[in-house]
Design a protein around this ligand. Structure first.
Ligand SMILES: Nc1nc2c(ncn2[C@@H]2O[C@H](COP(=O)(O)OP(=O)(O)OP(=O)(O)O)[C@@H](O)[C@H]2O)c(=O)[nH]1
Ligand SMILES: [Mg+2]
Length: 323
């Protein structure tokens, strides 16, 4: 791989092929490729366009609830309201094959001219997935937030404890469909505690939708009493456009002002990375001797990866990690 300087400046201009190539670099979890990722992030930080970090919206929910369609509709509506924004969509694909942007674009039914560079799609295989995201989702999100004003991550349809997105996104949105009987399950899973925003999609089916709305509202009042001012509940139809403006209005106002605990997020994700690359023995080593608190500042996440690689090797000479 040649010096990525040109790639970076083209990516910052919205050139899709360059963005895709950079993302591929960030999908590689190995410590030995961390140096190049660090170079990329550092040059992004030095550039005016890349210095500002975009926000990350996590879209999760039951399979088939309309996450992709809603993501597409929201992206279009947000761009209509904020023409200067760039939006990157990262969809975690349950299928094991990695597909290009076109296929996802089709799936979301987003009708955007090919030369439109304010909207970018990427799908990521959920092979070796963890809680609805792929093991590389976090790494990729760190690149994408430098390239886009908003990154929307659509997770694989969630099950009982697949709420990993909460540790990556600034705001998590749970998409349900009317009368799916999801509510009871979510109560059990404790998943209702997580999302900042609840959406009942497919509200073109009016009667069922209304019933689900009230059911969810009373569940929330029960599980999260007194939470009404902070929990946001929307009814949408991604296909007819109903409620999309209200949801977009809320997101466009609230996303830019959310603050995040970056250090905590990086530390948690570093431990995740250690575990996925070096397994339990790596994790034990890390937990016994966490020397990384200082290192895992934003820019030095990759240095910490490089350092851990040799740290691990020194402790497990005859048991090298998969990296
Ligand atoms: N009636 C109606 N159908 C919808 C709506 N939103 C999505 N759909 C349809 O529901 C089906 C699933 O939509 P997707 O957007 O693929 O749902 P998803 O949650 O992304 O699905 P997975 O990623 O496969 O879990 C498609 O046939 C959509 O056309 C809606 O608001 N109303
Ligand atoms: Mg989908």
């Amino acid at each position: 791989m040649t010096a990525p300087i040109e790639l970076i400046s083209r990516a910052l201009q919205g050139h899709k092929y360059s963005i895709a190539r950079l993302i591929t670099l960030f999908e590689d979890p190995r410590a030995k490729t961390a140096a190049i990722r660090q170079t990329v992030l550092q040059s992004l930080e030095r550039s005016d366009a890349g210095r500002k970090k975009g926000r990350i919206l996590g879209v999760t929910g039951t399979p088939g609830a309309g996450k992709s369609t809603l993501t597409g509709a929201l992206a279009i509506e947000l761009l209509r309201r904020r023409p200067a924004w760039r939006i990157g969509v990262l969809a975690i694909d349950p299928a094991s094959q990695v597909s290009g942007g076109a296929i996802l674009g089709d799936r979301t039914r987003v009708n955007f001219p090919a030369h439109e560079n304010r909207l970018f799609f990427r799908s990521q295989s959920a092979a070796r997935q963890l809680g609805g995201v792929s093991r590389n989702t976090f790494q990729v999100s760190r690149l994408m937030e430098r390239l886009f004003d908003l990154v929307i991550i659509e997770t694989v349809g969630i099950g009982q404890n697949e709420i990993e997105i909460q540790h990556i996104a600034d705001l998590s949105m749970l998409v349900l469909q009317p009368l799916a009987g999801d509510q009871i399950q979510f109560m059990k899973a404790g998943i209702m505690e997580i999302p900042d925003v609840f959406v009942i999609n497919k509200c073109d089916a009016r009667r069922e939708a209304l019933r689900s709305y009230h059911q969810l509202k009373s569940s929330l009042d029960f599980i999260r009493p007194g939470s009404s001012p902070t929990v946001h509940l929307f009814q949408t139809s991604a296909t007819s456009g109903l409620g999309i403006a209200e949801l977009a209005e809320y997101l466009q106002k609230s996303l830019p002002v959310i603050s995040r605990d970056e250090q905590r997020r990086l530390q948690l994700q570093f431990a995740r990375w250690v575990e996925s690359e070096y397994g339990q023995s790596g994790l034990r080593l890390y937990e016994r001797q966490v020397p990384y608190d200082q290192l895992i500042s934003n820019a030095a996440f990759e240095s910490a990866q490089i350092h851990f690689q040799s740290f691990f090797a020194a402790n497990f000479i005859d048991k090298p990690g998969p990296g």
